[in-house]
Ligand binder design. Structure first.
Ligand code: FES
Ligand code: FES
Length: 161
C-alpha cells in the first residue's frame, strides 16, 4: 500500500492505495466522495467523470497513483460557497436534465469542462462533447438544453423533443 496525496475540491487529502486502485475507487472508497458514480468501470458510460488539473477525465480510466499531487474536482466541489447549487447544477434542475440521476455527476462535470473551454457552445458542440456520457433515462434533449442555458444562451429556439 502507498499513501497517495492530492488536492480534492481545494483540500489536500491522502489515502492508502494499492497500485491498481483507480481514481474512482480512491475518491469513493478512500475519501468517501460517493458523488462520483461508477456505471461500467470500462470507460464507456462517463458517470465517473471528474476534473484533473481542469480537464474532464473518466476517473475509472486512471490509477490514483498516477495523479498524485494533482488538483481534482468532483461533483461535491461544484456547489457555490454558500452551499447553493452551482450554475450547471442549477440549470440541470431547472431544465429537467435528469431523471434517476445516476449519470448526472458525470454529465455536470463534463458540461462544466466544456463551458470552461467553450463558453458559448452550439447545440451540436454540446451533443458532440457529451458523446462519452451515457444517460439511460432522459433522451439527452433536456441535458443539452440545460448546458445551453448554463452558458447563458437563449434556449427558446430549441424545439421541444
Ligand atoms: S464508470 Fe467510468 S466510464 Fe463508466
Ligand atoms: S438520468 Fe438516469 S441515467 Fe441519466
Amino acid at each position: 500500500m502507498t499513501k497517495v496525496t492530492m488536492v480534492v475540491n481545494g483540500k489536500s487529502v491522502s489515502a492508502e492505495t494499492e497500485g491498481r486502485t483507480l481514481l474512482s475507487g480512491y475518491l469513493r472508497e478512500g475519501l468517501g466522495l460517493t458523488g462520483t458514480h461508477v456505471g461500467c468501470d470500462t470507460s464507456q458510460c462517463g458517470a465517473c467523470v471528474v476534473h484533473v488539473n481542469g480537464k474532464a477525465v473518466k476517473s475509472c480510466t486512471i490509477f490514483a497513483q498516477d495523479v498524485a499531487g494533482a488538483e481534482v474536482r468532483t461533483i461535491e466541489g461544484m456547489a457555490n460557497a454558500d452551499g447553493s447549487l452551482g450554475v450547471v447544477q442549477q440549470a440541470f434542475q431547472d431544465h429537467h436534465g435528469l431523471q434517476c440521476g445516476f449519470c448526472t455527476p458525470g454529465m455536470v462535470m463534463s458540461s462544466a469542462a466544456l463551458l470552461a473551454e467553450n463558453p458559448k457552445p452550439t447545440e451540436a458542440e454540446v451533443r458532440h462533447y457529451l458523446e462519452g456520457n451515457i444517460c439511460r433515462c432522459t433522451g439527452y434533449h433536456n441535458i443539452v438544453k440545460a448546458v445551453l442555458a448554463a452558458s447563458g444562451q437563449d434556449i427558446a429556439a430549441i424545439p421541444a423533443e
